[in-house]
Design a protein around this ligand. Sequence first.
Ligand code: C2O
Ligand code: CU
Length: 457
Amino acid sequence: MTISRRQFLQSTLALSMIPRVAMASAAELVAQTSIQQIAPQGYPETPVWSYSGGVPGSEIRVPQGARLRRKLVNMLPQPTTVHWHGIRIDNAMDGVPGLTQEVVQPNASFDYDFVVPDAGTYWYHAHNQSVEQVARGLYGPLIVEEASGPDVDQDLTLMLDDWRLDPESAEISGDFDNGHDLSHAGRLGNLVTANGKFDPSYPVQASERLRLRLINAANARIFDVALDGLAGWIVALDGMPLDAPLRVENSFPLAPAQRADVIVDVLAGSGQTASIVSVERDGAYGLVKFDVSGISARVAGAGIDPLPANLMPEVAAQNTPLHRMIMQGGAMRWLESASLGGAELSGRELAQLGRFWALNGYAERPEDPFLDARLGSVHRIEFANETAFAHAMHLHGHHFRLILQDGTLGPWRDTVLVERGQVRQVALVADNPGDWLLHCHMLGHAASGMMSWFRVT
Ligand code: C2O
Ligand code: CU
């Protein structure tokens, strides 16, 4: 039995929604091996690594300002940690091995305990050997609810992933250190899922208004999201509300680790199917379907209000120090040399050690921080992408504002997509003390050199 990528991506199989039930007691997050039907029905089940038995891990939903506690219990054959992506968190709870905590060994545990300051769509994922652990399924949604949310009929989290499965056995292919992937666009898969299922389908009524929380948990795949049979407005990016909802006209990119909250009206009629697709050069493939049945009593056409803003610091980007981060390496722009382990190595030597990328000349997280910031100070970072690939640059512990072409401040984000050859500036207020990672969220790129950090004291 063989299956092509095309079949994987384009089959029209419809599965009904199965409500997820937490298997472990609420306070525990058990990193464990489990089995799940990832490939289409008819294919074998896939051995995965999961939080408490399911991929994605069960949705954690808490009110804004709540204290969140989870005991990570590691039942895996590898050390692990949990990172709470996008949360402006207490540094000691950030989950970065060697920077904010020690790894959690097999059969050991770690108590995460922190407050969630901002409402929005976040996620949690493994942060040790992430290129493997996230690809095996160690991720889940973390939803922080506004005190008063928008008026919608359904609030649906859609966590996207991209798996590389053996077409016969449906096992996850184990080539996490594949040098070709690492030096190109990262580990791309052959099967796309939403909420751990291939081509899932959700029941809706015509004219319903839905809040969709899209989360890209893929190692490297950038989705180019478009709507079919739905009219949509982006109301938040990376958890943070936009000042004004943004109408989805054609498609919008969702890079690894990014989130988009989209409020959609179901335009498709009863008996029809609406869908979310990802646009590619030669067509589109389905991510999620909505089976429309019945007609909602909702009066169509009501405007979309912005979500209530989170309490964010004031950013005055003018006349603030500018820190350049030069991104180099990868296929077609091979590194001349870079620093690794205190020595300057040639590109060839680095490649032999599985390092293909450098940030400001370092092919690993350097000894000294890229930026040493005073608590409360404002900084601009300029990402200069001299490589031939796109990168999704993520800062821990902070959101930053994009600086738009005309110099004005754009939306708050925690992960910015920097296209090949592109230069992008962001501005941040260093208001969260601690040592924070800054890296590419194409996890194979992070593992092969695109890793840095900044300090706030
Ligand atoms: Cu999702 Cu270092 O992050
Ligand atoms: Cu990258």
